[in-house]
Design a protein around this ligand. Sequence first.
Ligand code: GDP
Length: 500
Amino acid sequence: MLTNKTITAVATPPGVGAVAIIRISGEKTIDIINKIFTRQKSQKSPMLSHKLYYGKITDESNNIIDEVMCVLMRAPRSYTCEDTAEIHCHGGIATVAAVLDIVLKNGANLAEPGEFTKRAFLNGRIDLSQAEAVMELISAKNQLARRATLRKLAGGLSQKVKSARQQILSWLANIELSIDYPEHEEEAENLATIQQECVILLQNLDNLAKTANIGNFIQMGVPTAIIGRPNVGKSSLMNAILQQERAIVTEIAGTTRDTLTESVVVRNIPILLTDTAGIRQNLTDFANLESLEKFANLESLENSQNSKNPENEVDKIDKIEQIGINRTIKSAENAELVLFVLDNSEPPQQEDIAIMQLLNDKKKIIVLNKNDLPPKFSLTDLTSLSNLSTLNNVENVPTVKISAKTGEGLNELYSTIESLFFGGKISVDDDIITKERDKLLLQQAISHIKQAQQEISASVPEDIISISLRAAYVALGEILGEVVADDIVDRIFAEFCVGK
Ligand code: GDP
């Protein structure tokens, strides 16, 4: 065991519940339980490990604090690998505080956030990637994230990283051998083999690093903005997706003044959905706009309405709407995906073109709404109206016809999102990178291996090649927590909640 301090914390969430659990871990655990936990008089034998006992928690004057169930998990068969106990007491705030107080008085210290899991890591029960998975599992917001995290906890990612390290280690051993015994003839052959194997390893590591985006989307949802001119049905689409009346739907143009963001999982696809204020802008404002960035400069309008009479209600409403429009532009900038909503029951309008131009570089889906009404819209008209060469690629943008009113076409919309972001099939049966830190370390390892490849091609001395390979080995080791500085370990575990 690396630490002697015995720690304790409430493992259940704060607030009132039927039952609360207080955890204790460390070498004084059994001693503390013996002092504060009294079983029925008939039960004299020592408590067995992993067995739940009924009894009472008492203070130093033998006053009963609470009736509880208590379990001991003797080292090393516990979460932390240390002697551990859990006291299941009644969930009232005062009761929990009183039981915790008795535990503290008898020699335990209050645990820091994540300290139980940190001990599991320090005592070698889990590696860093698995420890992080514990935290991600606690905060998983949807079933996909939970399943991806469970795989990580089971060591899927660790296994891939370990086998990559094993491969690098065998290269290093070969190189060392030929440095120590230069009389061996196979040196050149050795390096050629390493170079070939590098290609395969790089491919594997690259595939793993590429899953980072999927990992992020699975955890947080794909940031998606619903954008379009007023009255095309943005709020209705938001409501249809959320299947509830969250956004206000009206027939008066410009009623969504602010942006609404909701996280939702549809057909297994996690989406962070933002409904935005309708973009309604004087056409002359649009005339010279080339990019989202340029348009965003209109934000200055938020502060430059002084020329108008502040008492004038119409001006005030215009100003509120303008701020909403500026927020829309921000949402579009931050979104990974834009659902560009157009009204299929009306011919294209100048505003549609202006917005299309604005979204030129964004990943988007054209959503032709109100498909329950007779169609009057045509993408060809939209393109020819625009006279802009930049719009020539409109035909290549995925287009889905829907009716937010009847729900028609929504399934096709979800499939389109799925194919844009998850290659047509969300699979968490593969190992997925969910941490930015892991992604950066993988990228570091990749660049060190590439460096080694170049060095082999340039016939540089073998000891230099081995420095690059060693650096890759170390970077991969950091993912597993093998060579991580103490302060980084502290920072990682500080993100945990107390009691875990
Ligand atoms: P927004 O300004 O773009 O957010 O548009 P809203 O969602 O407020 O909708 C504007 C009007 O269009 C409302 O009267 C909606 O009931 C109507 N609407 C929205 N979607 C549809 C649809 O799919 N079919 C029909 N017929 N009307 C719709």
